[in-house]
Design a protein around this ligand. Structure first.
Ligand code: NDP
Length: 406
């Protein structure tokens, strides 16, 4: 039995708590801590079995250390925000407890995410005899594991990867983000980037798009974005020539985002407002709907996967590995929309891998460095079925290889 401390009672963290509470043969004590106690209480009430809760500001390392010493978990699952990653890793180091998260560290005052800050903990985690599992959501997370699965089971060499992410759902609001608004908007408004022939190539934000054919959804306009799993996959998938990430956005979303950017509402620096310092994006986050509030009337599906091209037995091969998830089904099961569900279920599945001693090692790992097969088998049991679709290797890619360079 694994005792866990989950930090963050937001949209995705509440799914982790509810899913762990459904797996009582695996998890012993389940403790949920977050900045706002009322949110923990709400989650606690809707869990299938008993969980304990408390208030915690995870920016404060001493407070997190004290809570870990009180609860004595074997694993801390960080479902708060990327800003808290290093503080929670410090608390895990001090107390000798394993760490897991779903998004890499990002400083508050710089809209830039990269793994360097967390990879720098490698030796200290090894010396302490503990592990950090980074990016165990859907993307990053399952998409990395699809690539690892393809490398292990489907290909002799992988040359091209296109990660394609479509949310074809409708929440009925004019503008809302499916995960934390601040983090989402920072991600989407930064410069795009992809990796080709050993080099990073930058593009203006949302300046390159392509139609992509998504399983169970169909053709959707998809924009080339920089996404964090590109950094670790470019390191860990050997022989790779290019990796890119594509995401769909509706016209309404782009229209609102453009206006908000143009009027300065997405700024992350301090602005003087009548003698008070404010950060516009924080005000915007307060005004926008919480991602956890969107699920009730959400209709439609997410369709996310990896189109992978390479060589098998001397022949060209191209496959798509993907999952399709229905917003309404997620709401019926755990009162969450599919973006939170597809983040929380992989984190729970990763915790099950730790509980069973399948993901064992010491040090800092991106999920593609761990055994993909048992994870994917468990993922399907936990609610996210996945599929491998053979694509015609002689057809041109659904995504034009040269589009991004144009
Ligand atoms: P939410 O904003 O819904 O939830 C974040 C929660 O963290 C909130 O409850 C918030 O508390 C809490 N929190 C914030 N700061 C602190 C702190 N200092 N101490 C304790 N708790 C804190 O966001 P999501 O659930 O949508 O996202 C959670 C994480 O999941 C993010 O890091 C996001 O980037 C990641 N994510 C990963 C995905 C993937 O596929 N890999 C996809 C989607 C999200 P309060 O409510 O009081 O503000």
């Amino acid at each position: 039995m694994l005792d866990v401390l989950i930090i963050g009672a937001g949209a995705a963290g509440s799914v982790v708590a509810k899913k762990c509470a459904k797996n009582r043969d695996i998890f012993g004590r389940i403790h949920l801590a977050s900045r706002t106690l009322a949110k923990c209480e709400k989650v606690q009430k809707s869990c299938e079995s008993e969980i304990t809760i408390s208030k915690l500001d995870a920016d404060n390392v001493a407070d997190t250390v004290a809570l870990i010493n009180e609860i004595k978990p074997s694993l801390v699952i960080n479902m708060a925000l990327p800003y808290q990653d290093l503080a929670i890793m410090d608390a895990c180091l001090e107390t000798g407890v394993d760490y897991m998260d779903t998004a890499n560290y990002e400083p508050r005052d710089l809209a830039k995410f990269e793994y360097s800050w967390q990879w720098a903990y490698q030796e200290r985690f090894k010396e302490k005899g503990i592990k950090a599992i980074l990016g165990c959501g859907f993307d990053p997370g399952v998409t990395n594991i699809f690539c690892a699965y393809a490398q292990k089971n489907l290909f002799d060499e992988i040359h091209y990867i296109d990660i394609v992410d479509c949310n074809a759902g409708d929440h009925g609001k004019a503008f809302a983000t499916n995960f934390n608004p601040e983090i989402n908007i920072r991600e989407v408004t930064q410069r795009g980037k992809y990796w080709e022939n050993g080099q990073w190539k930058e593009i203006d934000p949302l300046s390159v798009s392509q139609m992509v054919d998504y399983p169970e959804v169909g053709q959707r306009k998809s924009y080339l974005l920089y996404h964090e799993e590109l950094e670790s996959l470019a390191e860990n998938i050997k022989g790779l020539k290019r990796i890119r990430f594509w995401m769909t956005f509706g016209d309404e979303y782009i229209k609102h985002l453009t206006v908000l950017e143009n009027i300065g509402m997405t700024r992350i620096d301090e602005v003087d407002h009548n003698g008070t310092k404010i950060i516009p994006i924080e005000i915007l986050k307060t005004l926008l709907p919480e991602p956890s509030s969107l699920s009730e009337n959400y209709e439609g599906k997410t369709s996310i996967g990896c189109i992978i091209e390479g060589i098998k037995d001397g022949k060209k091969r191209r496959v798509m590995i993907y999952n399709v998830c229905d917003h309404a089904d997620c709401h019926n099961e755990v009162q969450a929309q599919a973006v939170s569900y597809t983040t929380g279920v992989p984190a729970t599945t990763g915790a099950i891998m730790v509980a069973k001693g399948i993901w064992s090692g010491k040090g800092v790992f991106n999920v593609e460095q761990l055994d993909p097969d048992p994870f994917l088998e468990e993922l399907a049991k936990q609610g996210l079925a996945w599929h491998v679709k053979e694509l015609d290797a002689n057809e041109s890619l659904e995504i034009d290889k040269n589009a991004a360079a144009a």
